[in-house]
Design a binder for this molecule. Structure first.
Ligand code: C2O
Ligand code: CU
Ligand code: CU
Length: 501
């Protein structure tokens, strides 16, 4: 089915002389999808099975091989699949049990990103699953209807595990959203799509061997994947289509849009529906973030969802050329072409989506500060790194499994002030909560970020203030994480731990 060719350049060659890449980058976004387009992979929608009122899922992490290029078997990781995993379908208020078996020959974890849950269920670096073992967290689903995800989170190996495919998406339903009439037939007018990019070596393998440069800038690739499909297309009704999008890349910031500039409506943020749809032509999504959009395909035109990569560094020092030349800069990525079938759609888009109180923190709410730093990027930093130190810190410290950095009182709204003193943007993620953005650089957030969030981009030199609250789940012994969701930064120590008591 796939008819793609192996890239003829090695990474090094492409980095050195970017003529060929520059030429490829100047092709129109649809060029990639014209010939040899492949049907978008639609992961199975896993409803689990009922066991005494509990929704039970069996998930198995294992090695697989995936034919990204026809005739080439690429080694990958997957969950009940060769690459990525099923889309888990959860219901708010129901208790789930997730039996996660690790069939790799190395330790792994599986984290439920975006969920409020007991610390022992979090699936962070402390919930390690030994090879051959099964871990069975069980918790009630508290989240609102929305798009969440799960992924490997082993200390120091998150980048590799996700790069190789250890991730999947989750959808939560709730009573409020069920009656809205939004497109919601999975794989027909409602798609969950993990957006990623990868770099394949000459043998078509996903070598995860970040250079020092990759550790600084994060691992990015030249090949866009939608649910693991290259040059993907999907048949859609000639009507409203809902796309639930995850930025499941290691480090790329995608500025999403359609090749014909068509306007669309953003209806959700990380933690579920916005109060009202936001009409827009472009939408930035950073690693770890999710969004949901509605695109009106009733004109019957084929169009392609794509992205330009947004440079994540500001001016200071790194030199725009580093990103612009090799693998970053404004580059057209075609993720998925939507082909209307002529069948009318059945979904609708109401003016009002949900009730969400304005973001607010009570007067006198305690302020907790987090300073994201990169301590120099010159030779000194390199030397420091060679000695085992990390240039990436939060409040001056790198992640240490043995250190709980913050102890946070339960059921208390705090203001988390996150300042980024580095020249690069960092998507700051907090476990076990859905927070609200109070201000970004002193201003209230734009409508598209005014909903519930668990990951927020903090641009170089910027400060964001968040209203953060942890409810009910307390555990003095087991910490949750906060970290940069550029996975190479996380693995390099830009992460800290907190307990809720
Ligand atoms: Cu999506 Cu701590 O991670
Ligand atoms: Cu998380
Ligand atoms: Cu970062």
């Amino acid at each position: 089915m796939a008819s793609n060719h192996l890239p003829s350049l090695t990474r090094r060659q492409a980095l050195a002389g970017s003529v060929a890449l520059a030429a490829a980058a100047s092709l129109p976004m649809t060029a990639q999808a014209q010939d040899g387009a492949n049907p978008l992979a639609i992961p199975p929608l896993d409803e689990g099975r009922a066991e005494g009122g509990i929704q039970v899922f069996d998930l198995r992490i294992a090695k697989g091989t995936t034919e990204f290029f026809s005739g080439t078997k690429t080694d990958t990781y997957g969950i009940n699949a060769d690459y990525l995993g099923p889309v888990l379908s959860l219901q708010q208020g129901k208790t789930v049990r997730l039996n996660v078996t690790n069939d790799l020959d190395q330790k792994a974890t599986l984290h439920w990103h975006g969920f409020e849950l007991p610390a022992w269920c979090d699936g962070g670096p402390h919930q390690m699953i030994d090879p051959g073992q099964t871990w069975s967290p069980e918790f009630p689903v508290r989240q609102r209807a929305g798009s969440y995800w799960y992924h490997g989170h082993r200390m120091g190996h998150t980048g590799e595990h996700v790069w190789m495919g250890m991730a999947g998406m989750i959808r939560v339903r709730d009573a409020e959203s069920d009656v809205l009439g939004l497109p919601s037939t999975y794989g027909v007018d409602d798609f969950s799509i993990a957006l990623q990019d990868r770099w394949f070596n000459r043998r078509g393998q996903l070598d995860y061997a970040p250079s020092m440069h990759d550790e600084m800038m994060g691992m990015t690739g030249n090949t866009p994947l939608a649910n693991g499909t290259m040059n993907a297309f999907a048949q859609v009704p000639t009507g409203l289509v809902r796309l639930r999008l995850l930025n499941g890349s290691n480090a790329s910031f995608y500025n999403l849009g359609f090749d014909d500039g068509a306007a669309f409506w953003q209806i959700a943020t990380d933690g579920g529906l916005l109060t009202a749809p936001v009409r827009r032509n472009a939408l930035l999504i950073a690693p770890g973030e999710r969004t949901e959009i509605i695109i009106d395909m009733s004109d019957g035109q084929t169009r392609t969802l794509g992205a330009d990569l947004t440079p994540i560094e500001g001016g200071m020092g790194m030199g725009g050329g580093m990103m612009g030349m090799g693998r970053g800069g404004a580059r057209g990525f075609a993720f998925v072409q939507l082909r209307p079938t002529g069948q009318p759609g059945t979904g609708s888009l109401p003016d009002r989506l949900s009730d969400l109180a304005p973001a607010n923190a009570p007067d006198g709410a305690p302020v907790r500060r987090f300073v994201l730093e990169m301590n120099g990027m010159g030779p000194a930093a390199m030397a420091r790194r060679l000695l085992g130190g990390s240039p990436f810190t939060i409040n001056g410290a790198s992640m240490d499994m043995a250190v709980v950095n913050e102890i946070v009182p339960v059921n208390t709204t705090e203001i988390w002030e996150v300042e980024n003193t580095s020249p690069m943007a960092h998507p700051f993620h907090v476990h076990n909560t859905q927070f609200r953005i109070l201000t970004r650089a002193g201003q209230p957030p734009e409508a598209g970020e005014a909903g519930l969030k668990d990951t927020v981009v903090v641009w170089g030199g910027q400060t964001v203030r968040l209203a953060v609250r942890f409810e009910d789940n307390t555990d003095a012994d087991r910490p949750y994480m906060y970290h940069c969701h550029i996975l190479e930064h996380e693995d390099a120590g830009m992460m800290g731990q907190f307990t809720v008591v």
